[in-house]
Design a protein around this ligand. Structure first.
Ligand code: G3P
Ligand code: CA
Length: 331
């Protein structure tokens, strides 16, 4: 006689993700909804709130150190504008076609950067931590992830992004070699290593693909506009249901393991999530934020409802400024 256990049907995976596992929560610039972004304190808080990965954006200093900042222009994310000793460094630069004024990491040594303190960039968020926390190097973020993994008993991943890689290369401060060297030194070289590399620039990922087995993600600007005309071709429709054709997704799969689209590009009737999974690409969407005006319109200011909908659709990970909310919605 067959036992009940033998007769039981295999249960369907709980999550409609590419691998059937729970979607990842990625602490976007750390728990940047609460603390100044890209600081060790913000990354630590993200992990305390349950984030699986912490996300440093990378730019280079004058002496070639990789530091965690969202932009080469450090005017908005540090207190540099208040430092009289650096007043004369204020300048104008054109970065990837956009002219900007301010203070730029590539004009500062790491020792000088270390005298600065981070500030909260969004005026409606808590400003009480401004001026308290230093700007970390990539190596310090890697060491933190290792330490937090030991302390929590969870594997904490790191999700570095190369920012303006072509511009850095023109300065002789290429990001990719430095990033791969730091990862190798940390022993993060294998496909299952707790690291995912990301960039909006396909050339940056392609340059690293042949030199490392770690997972890589092609970031997509809203509407996938950073991938040019090829990205929107192939559907034969005036308004395609997905900003990327299946052919383009297959081309991305040749060098990347996943895509990172802007979240609203996944809203129905978009077929991008389904098409990406069909191309064996996982999908990590950005950026999930608690403020009502930053929640996608269909969810009427309710961030929990927004996460639950994306999880239900099968998104494989979310970049979140508020990892505690992303984790609460995953329970
Ligand atoms: O890296 C995912 C997301 O962070 C991309 O946008 O501008 O916040 O780096 P950004
Ligand atoms: Ca980023």
């Amino acid at each position: 006689m067959l036992s009940a256990a033998c007769l039981a049907q295999p249960s369907a995976p709980r999550w409609p993700t590419l691998n059937g596992q729970a979607p990842l929560v990625i602490g976007h610039r750390g728990a940047s909804g609460y603390l100044p972004e890209h600081t060790l304190e913000a990354y630590r808080l993200a992990v305390e709130q349950g984030a699986d990965f912490i996300e440093p954006d990378l730019v280079a200093t004058k002496d070639g150190a990789l530091i965690a900042r969202h932009e080469p222009n450090i005017s908005a994310t540090t207190d540099v504008a208040t430092r009289p000793e650096f007043a004369s460094r204020k300048t104008r630069k054109t970065i990837d076609g956009a002219e900007e004024e301010g203070w730029f990491a590539s004009d500062f040594t790491l020792a000088e950067i270390k005298t600065l303190r981070a500030v909260q960039t969004m005026p409606e968020r808590d400003q009480s931590h401004n001026g308290r926390y230093a700007v970390p190097t990539l190596q310090e973020v890697l060491a933190l992830a290792r330490r937090l993994s030991e302390q929590t008993g969870r594997t904490i991943g790191i999700y570095p992004e190369t920012k303006h890689p072509r511009w850095h290369r023109t300065l002789g401060l290429g990001l990719e070699d430095r990033l791969l060297a730091a990862l190798a030194q940390a022993g993060l070289t294998q496909r299952d290593s707790p690291v995912i590399l990301q960039s909006f620039d396909p050339a940056s990922l392609q340059a690293m693909r042949g030199r490392s087995a770690v997972r890589m993600v092609q970031l997509l600007a809203p509407g996938a506009s950073n991938l040019g005309a090829a990205a929107t071709s192939g559907t034969g429709q005036s308004r395609p249901l997905s900003p990327l054709s299946p052919q383009t997704l297959r081309e991305i799969r040749a060098y990347a393991d996943g895509i990172g689209p802007f979240k609203t590009d996944l809203l129905p009737p978009s077929t991008l999530l389904r098409d990406a999974h069909a191309a064996d690409l996982f999908v990590h969407a950005y950026t999930f934020r608690n403020e009502a005006r930053r929640v996608a319109a269909p969810f009427q200011g309710d961030p929990l409802a927004e996460y639950r909908a994306f999880y239900g659709w099968g998104v494989d990970g979310v970049f979140s400024d508020f990892p505690d909310t992303a984790v609460a919605a995953r329970r």
